[in-house]
Design a protein around this ligand. Structure first.
Ligand code: HGY
Ligand code: MN
Ligand code: MN
Length: 414
């Protein structure tokens, strides 16, 4: 019987499961398109549930479609130690964002079985509904309902651009579960994830000990001007919504650069009406994603953005409406969990460094209700939310070993 310190996951089996899952929603350019609650999401959910049941786990689904696969512990009444992430992706997403955290947890469970290890506390694999927030807002929806941050009924009524609701889509794909959302004690939560940025690769570190997550604010902006003929309408008599939008895009970029190094602002989505080559646009709708590691900086960025929009509206004779889409404050993880991840990396003799996550994760919501920690591994060129997203098998295996040993420390070996 191997001493616990010597047990290791099987990197080949982890890689095979990642590649098998990546085939669901695979794109021609090597990425994955698996939007939340689509048929691709259903197929992926069914596959992972089948693997979980094959590993002897008891699977439950809650009312927002979060999936929990439970491995019983010797003390079934003890709050479970959870590990997981999400399997919904961006429209042109990658094979590892979210999927790695779910399948690393499955690999941990399979490894515990390989070595015949029983834990004191129960262990649960978690798959959170709609982490990406692309098709339905807010971002990190399922974990937010589980943590009591988003009201269930309101989230079930949220609709996509085609008017389909979360509740109807959960029913349609067969994942409108019966279990209550949350309302139970969680012993701890771990999430393994690719970094989605270039720092670990640049510093040649295998493991990121995640100390916290940047705060995020999403806005929906609607600029209203006046449709007009592109020929007869003189420049100074136009109310050009596209011109105003262009000034806002440039303005938020300057605001973020003015709050470096952690300031971020992105306009990722833009719709033009009537979107015709010879019509001055009368309406432009777009998103703004603002982030920072510090809440007062986020406040400053938001007020500068609102002031700048008011000035642009005046200057262009347009109206600019700013709606709130989603937000969460900067998060610091539990010091004991951070130390647990760090100690596991040290025991495994893996190079590591502390790092703040620029990307949001379900761990942000779990941190509100349980001791939470994250483990990062590098991704190639720091590229993510991109079909070319890639990670090295040996790094994925290393991160999974850190998850195994940090989780065992928390769940206790019987
Ligand atoms: O937007 C984010 O940071 C995450 O990928 N949903
Ligand atoms: Mn993710
Ligand atoms: Mn993502």
């Amino acid at each position: 019987m191997s001493a616990v310190e010597e047990i290791r996951v099987r990197g080949d089996r982890l890689w095979e499961s990642l590649m098998a899952l990546a085939r669901i929603g695979a794109t021609e350019r090597g990425g994955v398109r698996r939007l939340a609650l689509t048929d691709e999401d259903r197929q992926a959910r069914e596959l992972v549930v089948e693997w979980c049941r094959g590993a002897g786990l008891a699977v439950t689904v809650d009312r927002i479609g979060n999936i929990f696969a439970r491995r019983e512990g010797d003390r079934p009444d003890e709050p479970p130690v959870l590990g997981g992430s999400h399997i919904d992706t961006q429209p042109s997403g990658g094979r590892f964002d979210g999927n790695y955290g779910v399948l690393a947890m499955l690999e941990v469970v399979r490894t515990l079985d390989d070595y015949g290890i029983r834990t004191r506390a129960p262990v649960e694999l978690a798959i959170w509904t709609n982490e990406e927030g692309t098709r339905f807002q807010p971002v990190m929806m399922g974990s937010g309902v589980f943590a009591g941050i988003f009201p269930l009924e309101q989230m079930l009524r949220r609709t996509d651009l085609d008017g389909r609701s979360v509740g109807a889509e959960l029913k349609r794909i067969g994942f409108a579960g019966q279990a209550p959302c949350g309302e139970r004690e969680i012993g701890a939560y771990f999430e393994a994830h690719i970094e989605q940025g270039p720092v670990l690769e640049d510093r040649e570190k295998t493991i990121g000990v995640v100390t916290g997550v940047m705060g995020l604010r999403w806005f929906q902006v609607t600029v209203t001007g006046q449709d007009a003929h592109a020929g007869p309408t003189p420049m100074h008599l136009r109310r050009d919504a596209m011109l105003a939008a262009a000034h806002v895009v440039d303005g938020v970029n300057r605001i973020a650069c003015g709050h470096g190094p952690h300031g971020r602002a992105t306009v990722g989505y833009l719709q033009v009406k009537p979107n015709s080559i010879n019509v001055v646009p009368g309406e432009v709708r777009f998103s703004i994603d603002v982030r920072h590691a510090d809440d007062s900086a986020l406040d400053a960025m938001e007020s500068e953005m609102r002031e700048r929009c008011a000035a642009i509206a005046d200057a262009t004779g347009t109206r600019i409406a700013i709606g709130d889409l989603s937000r969460f404050a900067p998060t610091r993880f539990d010091p004991g969990m951070i130390q647990g991840v760090r100690a596991a990396a040290e025991r495994l003799r893996l190079s590591h460094m502390d790092i703040v996550s620029g990307a949001g994760h379900d761990a942000v919501h779990l941190a509100a209700i349980a001791p939470t920690g994250m483990i990062f591994v590098p991704c190639e060129g720091g590229i993510s939310h991109n079909e070319s997203e890639n990670a090295r098998p040996e790094d994925l295996e290393a991160g999974c070993n850190v998850l195994l040993h940090a989780l065992l420390e928390r769940a206790g070996k019987s």
